[in-house]
Design a binder for this molecule. Structure first.
Ligand SMILES: Cc1cc2nc3c(=O)[nH]c(=O)nc-3n(C[C@H](O)[C@H](O)[C@H](O)COP(=O)(O)OP(=O)(O)OC[C@H]3O[C@@H](n4cnc5c(N)ncnc54)[C@H](O)[C@@H]3O)c2cc1C
Length: 316
């Protein structure tokens, strides 16, 4: 099997991975981007809060990004990476689930997070349309409507107090959790209704949302339900390369996205689950510059060892 060699391999082609690819390709580096093609916001109809792109379909933004990086010669491989080995000294090797191998001097991982939804019938169908996590993404569109917040997850009360900014008609579904006296005071102070009982179903009917069904059998109509999902970073590859993770499963990095493994950077939601599209892209832009600077240093070391070789010969 032939193994293709690149300066930098980027895993993950969402906003972060594409942004890093653009900066590195414009730095005249050879770049390969490997992408499984399942960005986090795919279920949403629009991106909001991205200056100059507010209201854009998420798929369109990525399509433009792919066109831009292709115009600078980035190689796009639309397959998931299954394994990662090697080191900065001898080069890294990525193997796609299809079995092709890529070799690279540096690795940027931008594989994002997986949002683990509650095990409630209808949650999957409602996700990104009626079941929402981010008021900054969707709050304006459902402003002043009848909204709910699903309790039971850490930070749910705080989330309700936040969502209240977008609508005065808000119900907090305790969903079996027990509220402290302080929680109740805060919710009452902001006129947020409290509804006891476990949520057993989200009532999705095609393009309509009927609200939630409780274990009492009652249905409570709301136009949208917010929750704090459990967002799990996809760290398998960085761990395979020797990177450490914290108690919440996030990768140890310095301020520029470098992991403890020389030659491996992480960016986007993989390091910060709260990063919006513009933030993920911005962080990746800075990460790419750091990767390029690191390659420049290595090129200088290589050129000093072998003066006959130009920077371009040792670079890429
Ligand atoms: C429903 C919803 C709506 C949202 N709305 C907004 C909004 O309006 N505005 C906003 O700014 N933000 C919004 N967000 C947040 C937004 O999705 C993130 O900010 C953004 O996706 C982060 O980009 P990323 O590149 O880090 O990760 P992603 O966009 O998730 O990209 C990661 C990519 O890596 C790929 N990948 C994973 N593992 C592998 C592997 N092993 N090999 C190859 N590829 C792999 C994935 O398939 C995916 O394509 C929303 C999120 C959700 C869930």
């Amino acid at each position: 099997m032939t193994r293709e060699l690149f300066g930098t391999a980027i895993v993950g082609g969402g906003a972060a991975g594409l942004s890093a690819a653009l900066v590195l390709a414009r730095s005249r580096r050879s770049v390969v981007l490997l992408d499984a093609g399942a960005p986090r916001n795919a279920p949403a109809a629009h991106i909001h809060g991205f200056l100059s792109r507010d209201g854009f379909p998420p798929s369109r933004l990525l399509e433009i990004g792919r066109e831009e990086i292709a115009s600078y010669g980035v190689r796009l491989i639309p397959h998931p990476v299954g394994s990662a080995t090697g080191d900065a000294e001898d080069g890294f090797v990525l193997t796609t689930e299809e079995g092709s191998e890529i070799s690279a001097r540096r690795i940027i991982l931008a594989t994002g997070v997986e949002d683990v939804l509650p095990d409630i019938p209808g949650a999957r169908e409602a996700w990104g349309r009626f079941l929402l996590h981010c008021p900054y993404c969707h709050g304006y569109e459902v402003g002043d409507r009848a909204l709910g917040v699903l309790g039971g997850a850490p930070g749910a009360v705080r989330h309700a107090l936040l969502v209240r900014q977008w609508s005065p008609d808000l119900t907090f579904f305790t969903n079996g959790s027990v509220l402290t006296e302080e929680d109740e005071h805060q919710l009452r102070a902001r006129d947020i209704r409290m509804q006891d009982g476990r949520v057993t179903e989200l009532l999705v009917d095609g393009e309509r949302f009927g609200g939630v069904r409780l274990d009492s059998g009652d249905a409570v109509p709301v136009d949208a339900l917010f929750l704090r999902p459990d967002s799990r970073p996809r760290t398998e590859l960085v761990v395979a390369l020797g990177g450490g993770v914290d108690g919440a499963g996030f990768v140890h990095v310095d301020g520029s996205g470098r992991t403890a493994v020389p030659g491996v950077w992480v960016t986007g939601n993989l390091v910060n689950p709260r990063a919006q599209v513009i933030t993920a892209a911005g962080h990746a832009n800075a990460v790419a510059m750091d990767v390029n600077a690191d390659l420049v240093d290595e090129d200088v070391r290589g050129a000093r060892r072998m003066p006959a070789l130009s920077g371009e010969a040792v670079g890429a």
